[in-house]
Ligand binder design. Structure first.
Ligand code: PRX
Length: 606
């Protein structure tokens, strides 16, 4: 209805508490990194906390349309922070807590955030991450670049009082590590403790009534130019799409306990850990840790602890656990499980079958869901127990989604075919723009094939009409389900004084799906040593984050190029794989280099 107003936070919380009478229902079971460290929150408790924090934000001068940067571990306060933004019409821009200070700074600057919400520190497995320190580095860089960001709200998570009392810990031994006295760097001019601000905030807060096309959030995803793109979603369409797809794709039932293992810093955590489940009044698990800590049975022990019914994870986690065999899985009952989901990258049939046979004991349908940050929700997916499955295929379009496969000239292919995956008409959850750059939005997604939304993925349709994603066909890499561009890794390498040229290609990897293989040429006076290789890996980690750490770095006396000077990554990909079938190389300006590069391949782990 034109002129109608809504608020997504109201729909997720007030409506469930007041109209659906779900106030006492658990919204989240929080499971900490350390077994034994856990908490839970009901819908009415969540509503109160969100209202309190929304009031805190308002008291700090935040208003509708402002951008708020959130850089937090997987804790309940992260959900509270994002919904508080949504309640007052501010846009959250969540940055995955595994990203570096440079990456955080770049994202804060790009959308002009006025406030940052972060936490003191957290553990990922046995690794301590001093988040506030990284955030401070980012804020310092932002300040140097003229950012207007003047305020930072910090959750005391690792150092929280109920765990660490005067440096001693009253809890059982495994929790002792939480008590360690971490030094949280503090800047009194801008830093504020979350709990201090919350203590005096009211638990009532009138939502900001929004138009369905008002902006909801920005989430950055890698762009092929090397600069991250600020994907912008709006209130109405996104809400509808996240809620509906969650309901049908997981066959949501009120008694379900649902667990999505994705981090909220990615789109899966936005749509299928926060907005979709809460819109349906679901009970979810929010897990802070990693699948392998303290042991490789952790996922299944959590499934049993909370009697999880619907479980959603990434192929990379399945492959990792598969490597450790069936025993750690079978030690746990898992009899509560009903539906298993997969997302983020193509799932190879071997991993699919292991997931189906070992984890789900052939009783749980698998929903292999293909979608993107840009699409807001599922695009190709089976509906559990209704769609006959084929291992490795995302099967058919979700309601309202109209896919097509095009050839290079933009012609639609019928029947059995392989080509570019596109969508022919918009759907409610489609991104509305790239923040601050509508022109780039048009060129990236709509220019190559006018009239279609271009995914950037290749796809095959078989004789039965099933869709099979073949992976990215642009300059993107999908490492453990995380999208990176070759250009961003290259520019991180090029910042090193020893490097004159760099070319990065994706390379098959048994656990990560794809990994990063780099070719580098050196400036005069530099030598390719183990030390240099380590420095380059460190450089990429610091510029982007640990997920972008190169697996292979090969010295290249020069790079194969076309006569017009373009690096031919197609050939480099084949060299990395030792695939001698190079096709046509007559357009190369320097074909002689190819033999050298084959001889210099890195075929063992560096
Ligand atoms: O290449 C596809 C792959 O992940 C890309 C989107 O990445 P991102 O925007 O980070 O969102 C990830 C979570 C939705 C896609 O272009 N991808 C995602 N899901 C699948 C997939 N590839 C194959 N099968 C999937 N189920």
């Amino acid at each position: 209805m034109k002129g109608a107003t809504t608020n997504i936070c109201y729909n997720l919380l007030d409506r469930n508490v007041n109209e659906k009478k779900l106030g006492d229902k658990i919204a989240f079971y929080w499971e900490g990194n350390e077994p034994g460290d856990s908490a839970k929150i009901t819908y009415s408790e969540l509503l109160h906390k969100v209202c309190q924090f929304a009031n805190v934000l308002r008291s700090q001068g935040v208003k509708k349309g402002d951008r708020i940067s959130i850089y937090m571990p997987m804790i309940l306060e992260l959900v509270v922070a994002m919904l508080a933004c949504a309640r007052i019409g501010a846009l959250h821009s969540i940055v995955f807590a595994g990203f570096s200070a440079d990456s955080l700074c770049e994202r804060i600057l790009n959308c002009g955030c006025s406030l940052l919400i972060t936490a003191d520190a957290f553990y990922r497995g046995d690794k301590l991450i001093n988040l506030k320190q990284i955030a401070d580095e980012a804020l310092q860089k932002c300040k140097e670049k003229g950012s207007p960001l003047k305020k930072c709200i910090v959750v005391k998570h690792l150092g929280r009082e109920e765990v660490a009392v005067d440096g001693t810990c009253s809890k059982s031994p495994p929790l002792k590590r939480l008590c360690q006295d971490i030094q949280t760097p503090w800047n009194p001019a801008m830093d504020m403790w979350w709990h201090e601000l919350m203590s005096s905030a009211s638990t009532e807060c009138e939502p900001e009534w929004c138009d369905s096309e008002d902006e909801l959030f920005i989430l950055y995803t890698s762009g092929s130019t090397g600069k991250p793109k600020g994907v912008l979603h709006t209130v109405g369409g996104y809400m509808l799409f996240a809620a509906t797809s969650f309901k049908y794709v997981f066959d949501y039932q009120p008694e379900d306990v649902y667990w999505c293992t994705a981090d909220i810093g990615w789109i899966t955590g936005h749509s299928y850990l926060t907005y979709g489940p809460l819109a349906n009044g679901a009970t979810s698990v929010l897990f802070e840790g990693v699948p392998t800590y303290p042991d490789v049975g952790r996922m299944w022990s959590i499934v049993d602890k909370y009697k999880v019914t619907k479980f959603y994870t990434a192929p990379t986690a399945i492959r990792l656990l598969m490597k450790h065999g069936e025993e750690p899985v079978k030690k746990h009952s898992r009899k509560s499980l009903k539906v298993l989901g997969s997302v983020g990258e193509p799932i190879n049939p071997e991993a699919w079958l292991w997931y189906y046979r070992v984890v789900g004991e052939e009783r749980c349908p698998i929903v292999d869901t293909f979608w993107q940050t840009e699409t807001g929700g599922h695009m190709l997916t089976p509906l559990p127990a209704a769609t006959p499955m084929k291992p490795g295929s995302a099967t058919f379009p979700f309601f309202g989604v109209v896919p097509a496969i095009l050839n290079e000239s933009g012609e639609e292919l019928e029947g059995e075919a392989e080509g570019y995956l596109v969508f022919k008409q918009p759907w409610p959850g489609i991104m509305r723009t790239l923040y601050g750059n509508h022109q780039q939005f048009e060129t990236t997604y709509f220019k190559k094939f006018p009239g279609y939304y271009v995914t950037g993925d290749g796809c095959r349709r078989d004789k039965d009409g099933y869709y099979w994603i073949t992976g990215r066909i642009d300059d993107m890499l999908n490492v453990s389900g995380h999208l990176l561009s070759t250009a961003e890794v290259e520019s991180a390498l090029l910042e090193h004084a020893a490097i004159s040229e760099a070319a990065v290609v994706s390379h098959p990897h048994p656990l990560k799906g794809e990994c990063i293989y780099c070719f580098v040429t050196l400036r005069d006076g530099h030598e390719f040593t183990k030390n240099l290789m380590d420095e380059l890996k460190k450089q990429v980690r610091e510029k982007i984050g640990p997920i972008a750490t190169p697996d292979y770095i090969q010295y290249a006396p020069s790079l194969p190029k076309t006569r017009s000077g373009k690096i031919t990554r197609r050939i480099l990909r084949k060299i990395a794989k030792n695939d001698q079938d190079l096709g046509d190389i007559s357009t190369l300006a320097n074909p002689g280099i190819i033999k050298h590069l084959f001889n210099g391949r890195c075929d063992t782990k560096q």
